[in-house]
Design a protein around this ligand. Structure first.
Ligand code: NAD
Length: 267
């Protein structure tokens, strides 16, 4: 097929729901062979893989907890044994454990940092090791490897009651930029995507009632909540050669949420 990601092998972490699921589907539609990573959701992951294969694509499911070093190493090994190489990492797995500062346990803090930041480090390190260990691929890919970190608007917007989550995403921003600087000369691109409010299970309480949605929309100049496919289209573009000169940047996919919307009514 003549998709934008033909001959690419892509790992999508946390792909059994929400944004990761839409990303895996979109990558497969563009011709990528997709590794559907999940921590413990065998059923939806296998269902997604079946759907991709039925539609003519290539995919496997791989269980791994991205915060565990041995799991991440095994995930890359399974990818290479199934598809021969790895070209794109979409580091999407993430969690929230919200609490006011006085009530936030050390475990709440560590869980979020371990998955959202250390997980990104572990996956990015194994991706770079894989990119270096394999021959550079033929057309259509120009880069020697491509890493896309799922960040958040909270890599720049402070978020009371969520200091663990905001700190993890602030860390993802600097991990992305520093790593991009480190590996650019090898032809490896590293970027992040910062979604605003996307309709997924992670933030269900923010959109499931009409009142919650009305409050949420005050923060979104574009006037609608985002859908996982809005993010997936941006990921496909960043992963493709269309974005060949783009590295070390965060692409905000947020309907303007990061534009200080409170100031609209303060002219
Ligand atoms: P989601 O809860 O549907 O998806 C997160 C996925 O990560 C789940 O499938 C979960 O099982 C998986 N996961 C969690 N811990 C894991 C681990 N240790 N190892 C492997 N997988 C693990 O929510 P989502 O909204 O699709 O979130 C995806 C990413 O997007 C997250 O990084 C999140 O922070 C980010 N994000 C989401 C929004 C939004 O509004 N939904 C906004 C900004 C950023």
């Amino acid at each position: 097929s003549a998709g934008r990601l033909t001959n690419h092998v892509a790992i999508v972490t946390g792909a059994s729901s929400g944004i990761g699921l839409a990303v895996a589907q979109a990558m497969a539609r563009e011709g990528a062979s997709v590794v559907v990573n999940h921590r413990s959701h065998d059923e939806p992951a296998e269902e997604l893989v079946e759907g991709i294969i039925k539609a003519g694509g290539r995919a496997i499911a791989v269980q791994a907890d991205v915060s565990r070093e041995e799991d991440v190493i095994r995930m890359f090994a399974e990818t290479v044994s199934a598809f021969g190489r790895v070209d794109v990492l979409i580091s999407n797995a993430g969690v929230q454990k919200d609490a006011a500062i006085g009530d936030m346990t050390l475990e709440d803090w560590k869980t979020v940092i371990d998955v959202n930041l250390t997980g990104q480090f572990l996956c990015a390190r194994e991706a770079v090791r894989s990119f270096r260990a394999q021959p550079r691929k033929d057309a259509p890919s120009r880069s020697a490897g491509n890493i896309i970190a799922m960040s958040s608007v909270h890599e720049i917007i402070p978020w009371a009651g969520h200091v663990n989550y905001a700190s993890s995403k602030g860390g993802v921003r600097m991990l992305t930029q520093s790593l991009a600087q480190e590996v650019a000369a090898e032809g490896i691109r590293v970027n992040a995507i910062a979604p605003g409010a996307i309709r997924t299970p992670i933030n269900q309480e923010a959109w499931e009632t009409e009142e919650a949605l009305t409050n949420l929309l005050r923060l979104i100049p574009y006037g609608r909540i985002g859908e996982p496919e809005d993010v997936a289209r941006a990921v496909v573009w960043l992963a493709s050669d269309e974005a060949d000169y783009v590295t070390g940047t965060t692409l905000f996919v947020d309907g303007g949420m990061s534009l200080y919307p409170e100031f609209r009514d303060n002219g």
